[in-house]
Design a protein around this ligand. Structure first.
Ligand SMILES: [Zn+2]
Ligand SMILES: [Zn+2]
Length: 313
């Protein structure tokens, strides 16, 4: 299979229109939340628009010097190196879906648990509110390199047919962006879908900095990976979501949101006293310290549990 044949897949042709529709819906949502409800954080929207413009320029630059780099082409490369092809039969689609979902869970889990990868992923989590442009607010390093490699190249290397990768990618972009619908627009839950699909309520939990909600609900289509790996956390109506990340971040600043974590990582790396400390800062979970009280999500959760147990006793 070549790139031209793959480009004929209907979802691949519809992809630019889907992106445009999501963008236009995001503008309508912004207009509603700002003019009707007077609740829009306009400076955060400004940051997200600057990030979109920057990512667009980076994409154009990379294409100019190295040619197009995307999930579809990486999937073709992965398939050319794969020892087997699961094909396009029912079993191939089922296999492809399970592999894609589990790799999505893994790449997202690593993006939260490896500090270097958190530097790439944290811009998506920085905003203090939920709206469609949070869905667009990703680091270019994540959207151009990390996710296409994990979800295009690796899935195809594991035998998933490139057409399956392209179709599931379409579903992922459609549903994954819908998960960021503003909670000022859609408040209610989605009935029976809550039993097996990721929904806005699950993803609001994922974007929370509440200790109990941290590092949960990693999938973007179904609950499969989170259910299997024990990271599923439904929204508890008794605990209001506080959006954002735990560091002090200026959410109106494109530079702070998109590069602030790299600056902090660089400061820690410079003061590392050994290779163990250097690698610990680079590859262990955000909040890891060589000594003293740990600030990782796991340590924070443990302390919260101990505090609750002490209060009950
Ligand atoms: Zn995340
Ligand atoms: Zn998100």
């Amino acid at each position: 299979m070549d790139a031209q044949t793959l480009a004929a897949v209907p979802t691949e042709q519809l992809l630019p229109w889907l992106m445009l529709a999501l963008f236009l819906y995001g503008l309508c949502e912004l207009a509603f939340v700002h003019f009707r409800l007077r609740r829009a954080r306009l400076r955060e929207y400004g940051m997200a628009f600057r990030a979109l413009g920057f990512n667009l320029l980076v994409g154009i630059f990379i294409t100019a010097i190295a040619g197009p780099l995307n999930k579809t082409l990486l999937a073709l490369w992965g398939a050319s190196l794969s020892p087997f092809d699961a094909g396009l039969g029912a079993a191939g689609w089922l296999y492809g879906f399970v592999v894609y979902e589990m790799l999505y869970w893994l790449q997202h889990f690593l993006a939260h648990k490896v500090r270097l990868l958190w530097c790439l992923h944290s811009p998506h989590h920085a905003p203090g509110a939920m709206h469609m442009f949070v869905g667009f607010n990703h680091s270019f390093l994540e959207t151009v390199f990390y996710m296409p490699f994990m979800l295009g190249f690796v899935t195809a290397l594991l035998g998933v047919h490139p057409v399956v990768v392209v179709v599931i990618t379409f579903v992922d972009i459609l549903w994954g962006n819908f998960l960021h619908v503003s909670d000022d627009v859609l408040k209610r839950r989605l009935g029976p879908l809550e039993y097996f699909m990721q929904t806005p309520s699950y993803h609001r939990v994922h974007h929370a900095q509440n200790v109990r909600y941290m590092d949960t609900n990693y999938n973007s289509i179904t609950l499969l990976g989170d259910w299997l790996m024990g990271t599923l956390q439904p929204l508890d109506d008794a605990e209001t979501v506080r959006y954002g990340i735990t560091r002090d971040v200026d959410t109106a600043s494109f530079l702070d949101v998109h590069f602030g974590e790299f600056v902090l990582l660089w400061r820690d790396l410079k003061q590392a006293c050994s290779a163990r400390e250097f690698l610990g800062y680079l590859l262990r979970a955000p909040g890891w310290r060589p000594s003293g009280e740990q600030q990782t999500a796991k340590a924070r959760k443990l302390r919260a549990l101990q505090t609750n147990a002490a209060e009950v006793a």
